[in-house]
Design a protein around this ligand. Structure first.
Ligand code: F6R
Length: 605
């Protein structure tokens, strides 16, 4: 989390730093700051809250300078206030940092014993003071290099120096960092997205690397401070997503984009002429895979959970799923016949990236399903399957979840066909059904007005439950996650069959319970579980794809989604749950694109 920008130019940089910080706010938005070099001084301005507050400060007292750094924060060490906001500056050095310095307490003690005084509660300030101390004897690059040797933990850094007013030094260990190039101007950024309005020529630092940039030049160094060359990538021109158009916010726009997201993804992967899935470039023999392990965090983990049901249903491959933050610390048995699939919208999630690294160290086959193809996870995996969802700005993942599901489903179908686990006629039929999905999504989105009515009923609720069985269980988890993160209402997702083993005790008169009930092999069982909840006073919101009216009159609300196919029901049933979370949050006046305490790209563990 946290966003970093640095610009070395031949013209004033503060306006472009602010504009880039606005783009980086999805990485953190509890405080913001900027430091520029002007009149032989470090000119630091910062505030708690959003970049627009910082912009107001700069409007009143502009910051000059043709070299500068900026930061948006997601607090780790120290509460989100102005003092703890980055940059952290001494008289000689100013630092922006993304990551966590794990030995900061120890370093702080050492520095205090030498007479240094700390202003903030952050771990970052130790970096500022260490570099300041080394600068008494060494040049900037060596001072930073010596400082890095003392740090434990993860970081991406941008550093400027009062007495070297034309340079910025960047360094990376664990947290992503990119360099952008332009005419008479070079940039440092947490990701290419922040730099896209200024350049599409990007290099990415790898772990342990440093760079030193000025307006006309960029040099890179490896972890032994040996000069190295880096590849320059031309990043794709995505659609202009910084524009919400007529939509109230990005999340709403992204929910409604899902029909075209699906269409785009299907067009990318389905060859309509050959009526086949055009995934050919397997870097391994699909017939020799014994086990697939799907790994992700949060919503991405939920897509792994749905995919497990698909792989079990359609292939002869054994499947496991894991939450990346758990996987990375487990004692694992690696096997060369395993395929590890990492699912991540951003491709920068620290836990997922670390889990991938462990698999690479153990020489495992790795594949990533990502939205950002220039990301760390994509670059570090053997094989990348992009979801083609376009940039997702709303912190709560919606269209990327749909894209992840689609790509995993398509991969599953393709593997089952290569391995002859599926009959040709079923394979063809599944592809034909898939092509109908964008239209079915469009229809599902039309239920918005009903969902607005449902949302009213959540306003006075003290909590809520989401129930599903089989492939609908992960969708219950996803519905609950969306509601809690957007509206701050407690929501629990549960397999409906588990209710009587404990959670039924939570049911009280009027508690909203959302039941996800496609007409599949679980339907009757789900109905029985629903009756058990009704008998205890739960207020039922029943989402189904059957046409027939249900006998029970005690269902408060019934919503019907179109029926396509049981395998694709998770995709269609997710949409009303996204809209429900959205409308409850809207009624509660919550910040929809930037829910409290969260960030879009979780680059700390
Ligand atoms: C929830 C949400 C998060 C992310 C999770 C992983 O709406 O967006 O749970 O899914 O932080 O992020 P990525 O997919 O970028 O690895």
């Amino acid at each position: 989390m946290c966003g970093i920008i640095g610009i070395a130019s031949n013209k004033p940089v503060s306006i472009n730093i602010i504009n880039s910080l606005k783009k980086l706010e999805y990485r953190g938005y509890d405080s913001a700051g900027i430091a520029t070099l002007a009149n032989n001084l470090i000119n630091e301005k910062k505030c708690s809250g959003r970049v627009k507050e910082l912009e107001k400060i700069l409007f009143k007292t502009p910051s000059d300078g043709i070299v500068g750094i900026g930061h948006v924060r997601w607090a780790t060490h120290g509460i989100p206030n102005t003092i703890n906001a980055h940059p952290h500056s001494s008289d000689d050095v100013s630092v922006v940092h993304n990551g966590i310095i794990e030995n900061s307490d120890e370093l702080k003690e050492q520095l205090e014993s030498k007479g240094f005084r700390f202003k903030s509660e952050t771990d970052t300030e130790v970096i500022t003071l260490l570099v300041t101390e080394y600068l008494k004897q060494f040049e900037p690059l060596e001072s930073v290099f010596k400082t890095l040797k003392k740090l434990k933990g993860s970081f991406a850094l941008g550093i400027i120096f009062k007495n070297y007013s034309d340079i910025i030094i960047g360094a990376r260990r664990g947290s992503p960092l990119a360099v952008g190039y332009s005419n008479q101007e070079n940039y440092l950024g947490s990701d290419s997205y922040a730099l896209k309005s200024m350049t599409n020529k990007i290099s990415y630092l790898d772990d342990g690397e440093l760079c030193i940039l000025s307006k006309n030049n960029v040099d890179f160094f490896d972890l032994n401070l040996k000069k190295i060359n880096k590849k320059i990538h031309t990043v794709s021109d995505e659609e202009n997503t910084s524009n919400k158009g007529d939509y109230k916010n990005f999340m709403y726009k992204e929910i409604f984009e899902q029909s075209s997201t699906a269409k785009k993804c299907i067009n990318e992967y389905i060859d309509s002429l050959k009526k086949d899935i055009n995934i050919y470039n397997f870097p391994f023999d699909p017939n020799k895979i014994n086990k697939i392990i799907l790994i992700g965090c949060g919503t991405a983990f939920h897509s792994c959970l749905v995919a497990k049901y698909w792989f079990e249903e359609l292939t002869s491959i054994d499947v496991e799923i894991d939450i990346a933050s758990e996987f990375r610390y487990r004692t694992l048995k690696f096997n060369s016949k395993n395929l590890y699939i990492f699912v991540s919208q951003s491709g920068e999630t620290a836990d997922t990236a670390a889990a991938l690294e462990i698999c690479r160290e153990n020489k495992m086959k790795t594949c990533s399903v990502v939205n950002v193809v220039e990301s760390t996870i994509a670059r570090n995996s053997d094989w990348v399957l992009p979801i083609h969802a376009g940039p997702e700005i709303g912190v709560a993942s919606t269209k990327a979840f749909l894209g992840q599901l689609l790509v995993l489903y398509i991969l599953c179908l393709k593997l089952s066909s290569i391995r002859k686990d599926i009959l040709k006629k079923d394979y063809d039929k599944n592809i034909e059904t898939l092509k109908k999905l964008p239209e079915a999504i469009k229809k599902t989105l039309k239920s918005e007005s009903d969902i607005q009515l449902m949302a009213q009923e959540f306003l006075k609720a003290r909590g809520s439950m989401f129930l599903g069985r089989g492939i609908s269980f992960p969708i219950a988890l996803e519905g609950a996650l969306k509601l809690k993160e957007l509206s701050y209402l407690h929501a629990e997702g549960y397999p409906a069959g588990e209710m009587k083993h404990g959670p039924l005790a939570l049911i009280e008169e009027g508690l909203p319970v959302i039941v996800i009930a496609p007409k599949d092999k679980y339907f009757e069982k789900t109905l029985s579980n629903t009756q058990e909840v009704i008998a205890r006073g739960g207020k039922i919101f029943f989402i189904t794809d059957i046409k027939k009216r249900l006998m029970s009159t005690n269902i408060r609300f019934r919503l019907r989604v179109p029926f396509l196919d049981n395998l694709l029901s998770p995709i269609l049933f997710t949409i009303p749950l996204q809209l429900l979370a959205y409308h409850v949050a809207l009624l509660k006046n919550c910040d929809i694109d930037k829910p409290r305490n969260l960030a879009k790209s979780v680059t700390v563990e």
